[in-house]
Design a protein around this ligand. Structure first.
Ligand SMILES: [Zn+2]
Length: 334
């Protein structure tokens, strides 16, 4: 899975910037989280708008939805050009009702409400939601990949609340709003978190990486970082246009998150096994013994020992699949 920051400002962007918009991709699946002003333009540096599988709007404030009203023209054009045949699913809270109604565009958008405790599935991607504390109905989003430890959590807009730490527990990457600094909270500003609170949240949730977003356009990024990093070390500022790989290879092997299923000497066999396991929803890594610690997608030379690794939690299932493959493979003949 990978996350691309298309826009990271709120409630308005600086010159050349954009408001909230994040592209999440896994294999051929492409989801857009929020679609604020400037996002559609940025999106096209990475994919064509008609390639989107769905748009998920955390809430209906303009800095999170305004490019939806332009995206509809791009989708309409894609229909005319024969590049898209289905309306684009668009998920959003159903309140405020008049804003939700405005998104309606039959035949172009298939607008559906986000419901509490509902899970959305797009191929191997699963999305779950947690209602946040904001001035309008808003949801945090958690994206997981079936059979994989990769998890992205996006806070949406929110004040700090403890349940968010449970929701984000152990995330590979927490994309967290930090519109405020502590001094804004002291001035009794509400509806958003401070960078310090985002740091506290990252620490409480034990996330691997914390990315601060929804930044004010007129504030120095360093001020946010200084506050958050006092609480949590693995913190950084969202960078527009940057791609954040959510790579299982970055998981801690030393901790025993991964186990060796088998060792193959034939790269084609290793690749076939990888494909079969992935088809069953199991994440796989191929590792070449000689290149210590190096993780390969596929390209290993002949006669190298290729370790096939799977997450510890899926070892039993993977063993059964491997056994099945061995039993069903034709006898080798001379
Ligand atoms: Zn916002």
């Amino acid at each position: 899975m990978k996350l691309t920051v298309l826009g990271c400002y709120g409630p308005y962007p600086p010159a050349g910037g954009a408001c909230s918009g994040y592209l999440v991709e896994f294999e051929e699946w492409k989801l857009l989280l929020d679609c604020g002003n400037g996002v559609l333009s940025r999106l096209q540096h990475f994919i064509e708008p008609h390639q989107l599988d769905a748009v998920v709007l955390t809430h209906l404030h303009s800095d999170h939805i305004s490019d939806c009203f332009i995206l509809r023209y791009a989708i309409k054009a894609a229909f005319k050009q024969g590049r898209r045949t289905r309306p684009l699913p668009l998920f959003a809270p159903s309140r405020p009702a008049e804003d939700y109604e405005r998104l309606t565009d039959p035949g172009i958008f298939q607008v559906q409400p986000i419901r509490d405790a509902e899970t959305l599935t797009f191929g191997p991607l699963q999305l779950s939601f947690l209602r946040t504390v904001h001035s309008v109905s808003c949801y945090a989003v958690k994206i997981t990949v079936a059979g994989s430890p990769q998890t992205v959590v996006y806070s949406g807009d929110t004040e700090y609340f403890p349940d968010l730490a449970d929701f984000a527990r152990g995330a590979s990457l927490l994309l967290c709003e930090a519109n405020f600094l502590q001094r804004d909270l002291l001035a009794e500003q509400i509806n958003h978190m401070s960078a310090r609170q985002a740091g506290i949240l990252g620490k409480q949730a034990g996330v691997k990486r914390l990315v601060l977003t929804h930044l004010l356009p007129y504030r120095e990024g360093e001020a946010y970082l200084a506050e958050a990093s006092k609480e949590f070390e693995a913190v950084e500022l969202a960078q527009e246009g940057e791609v954040y790989p959510i790579n299982p290879a970055s998981f801690n092997h030393a901790k025993g998150d991964w186990m060796i299923l088998t060792v193959e000497t034939n790269p084609i066999k290793a690749s076939l096994l990888e494909g079969r396991l992935k088809a069953e929803g199991i994440t796989v890594m191929l590792r070449n013994e000689e290149a210590a610690g190096q993780i390969y997608g596929f390209t290993v030379g002949p006669l190298a020992d290729i370790q096939v690794l799977v997450p510890k939690d899926h070892m039993q299932q993977a063993r059964e699949i491997l056994q099945e493959i061995i039993e069903n493979s034709p006898e080798e003949t001379d």
